[in-house]
Ligand binder design. Structure first.
Ligand code: GDP
Length: 198
């Protein structure tokens, strides 16, 4: 099991040892409006109608079968929210930086500022989790908005090389590459597990 306890985010009950083996926390980071919640809703299979009717959830759990093996991801989408004090924000930001077994840093390809924030977040992560080799996936979302593109695929890819992370472009609106993104997260986690055990 990875160093962090594998129970759900803020959950009272702890997981059994058995489920602990393949349950991982994935934290979504990125500027407001880049599409984090839309991506996680697709991952969790939440319909637009449901999410409007229900209170917004902060964590989503789903078991994926990838390459014939099951893995449960608990995806945490709490990076920013309205109506929080800066003290609560600080606490949550620190918490998010500490608890992830993997990180998905999202920017919008239509917003260069969000791309720059993604680099900042990568640097913060490196500082906070210095000694650990945590999987990080850089995601350029909103590829359907072709005419508003401000960040090229090449720039995204180059940034991922510099920051030593994986890269994928997605469109939550078109449901393009979203499954691939979360399957990629699982594969990256497994790769590191395997190399640790070797
Ligand atoms: P968050 O603040 O990062 O969680 O972003 P949201 O998921 O709330 O999305 C912000 C806005 O961008 C919403 O209006 C979404 O419908 C829209 N959005 C999210 N992903 C996409 C996408 O891939 N394409 C387009 N065109 N809009 C998107």
């Amino acid at each position: 099991c990875l160093p962090e306890p594998c129970g759900g985010w803020l959950s009272e009950s702890s997981s059994s040892d058995e489920s602990c083996e393949s349950l991982y926390r994935v934290v979504l980071l990125g500027d407001p409006g880049v599409g984090k919640t839309s991506l996680v809703n697709l991952f969790a299979g939440v319909q637009e109608k449901d999410s409007l009717e229900q209170q917004r959830e902060d964590t989503y759990e789903r078991t994926l079968s990838v390459d014939g093996e099951e893995t449960t991801l608990v995806v945490i989408d709490t990076w920013e929210a309205e109506k929080r004090s800066s003290e609560e924000d600080n606490w949550l930001h620190n918490y998010c930086m500490q608890v992830g077994n993997a990180y998905v840093i999202v920017y919008s390809i239509t917003d260069r500022g969000s791309f720059e924030s993604a680099s900042e977040l990568r640097i913060q992560l490196r500082r906070t989790r210095q000694a650990e080799n945590i999987p990080i996936i850089l995601v350029g979302n909103k590829t359907d908005l072709v005419r508003s593109r401000e960040v090229s695929v090449e720039e995204g890819r180059a940034c991922a090389v510099v920051f030593d992370c994986k890269f994928i472009e997605t469109s939550a609106a078109l449901q393009h590459n979203v499954t691939e993104l979360f399957e990629g997260v699982v594969r990256q986690i497994r790769l590191r597990q395997d190399s640790k055990e070797a």
